[in-house]
Design a protein around this ligand. Structure first.
Ligand SMILES: O=C(O)CCC(=O)C(=O)O
Length: 274
């Protein structure tokens, strides 16, 4: 299968439609934000990750992938994420708040998406920040469907009742690119044909960009689409289905991105969450 890629200047509902129809796999949008906003943010960044004392790859704060079966009380977990989100907005700089607000505006106005509510009134966080440190893990090769088996059951059921979760789209924007690495690799392997649960893979497989994860399971060597990491650029792609990963980074800067997931609701509207 050839991976279908388009290059865009805007984020539009029409683009989401193509990704959901699977007539498109990946869209690259250059300059989702005004670069002046990002420059201000970069100047302000010096002590951002240090202050927050984040762990590598910490998805901040991300209930979707974190309300797990082993979490104990789901309500506490939601509360913890809400508190950490409040902390984040108090600690971080005005430029970051500006960027988050602009991101949500784009998702809602241009993409025509609504926030996803679960259990009737719990609003999932609108977006997550992902901070990847130099010489650490990057983001392991995964597809979002590959960790659904680890989600807390009632939470998972809610998500499935509300949206077409298994065909969710991811949009992320790089707000600070690293000096080296941090690129996205997407494989031509899809969950509907290749069902490997994340917790049944090894660290080595999850970091082999040649696709050992597939070859080790008697599947063909994957074709890949590789896209370098660039500040200001957004990537929208069929993340729930298509296997993908973020390569490790080097140099003195961390990679910071923000993003969310979007899926078609059972009522036909588009919903976003993180
Ligand atoms: O770079 C990012 O922020 C996330 C990339 C990714 O793995 C995803 O969207 O699922």
């Amino acid at each position: 299968m050839d991976i279908k890629v388009s290059h865009e200047t805007f984020f539009r509902k029409q683009l989401l439609r193509k990704l959901m129809d699977k007539t498109l796999d990946v869209a690259v949008i250059n300059n989702l934000f005004d670069l002046n906003v990002l420059n201000d943010f970069e100047k302000d960044l010096q002590d951002f990750p240090q202050d927050l004392n984040l762990e590598d790859g910490y998805f901040f704060p991300l209930p979707y992938s974190s309300i797990r079966m082993d979490h104990g009380n789901k309500q506490d977990a939601f509360q913890a994420y809400r508190d950490s989100y409040m902390n984040l907005s108090q600690v971080v700089s005005a430029p970051l708040n500006q960027i988050s607000k602009r991101f949500i505006e784009i998702i809602e106005r241009e993409g025509g998406c609504k926030p996803l509510l679960v259990f009737d009134n719990i609003k999932l966080n609108p977006m997550g920040f992902r901070v990847l440190f130099s010489n650490k893990q990057g983001i392991d090769i995964h597809c979002e469907n590959a960790f659904l088996n680890q989600l807390e059951l009632k939470f998972k059921k809610q998500l499935f009742e509300k949206v077409d979760l298994e065909n969710a789209i991811s949009i992320f924007v790089t707000i600070s690119a690293p000096e080296i690495g941090g690129g996205l690799t997407i494989f031509d392997k899809e969950w509907e044909n290749v069902k490997i649960n994340m917790n049944e893979t090894s660290y080595e497989e999850r970091h082999d960009s040649e696709g050992a994860m597939f070859v080790n399971r008697q599947l063909s060597k994957p074709k890949r689409y590789k896209h370098p990491c660039k500040t200001g650029e957004a990537i929208v792609f069929r993340a729930a289905q298509m296997w993908h990963g973020i390569e490790k980074i080097e140099g003195s800067k961390e990679r910071i991105s923000m993003g969310c997931f979007i899926a078609k609701g059972k009522d036909g509207a588009y919903y976003y969450w993180a």
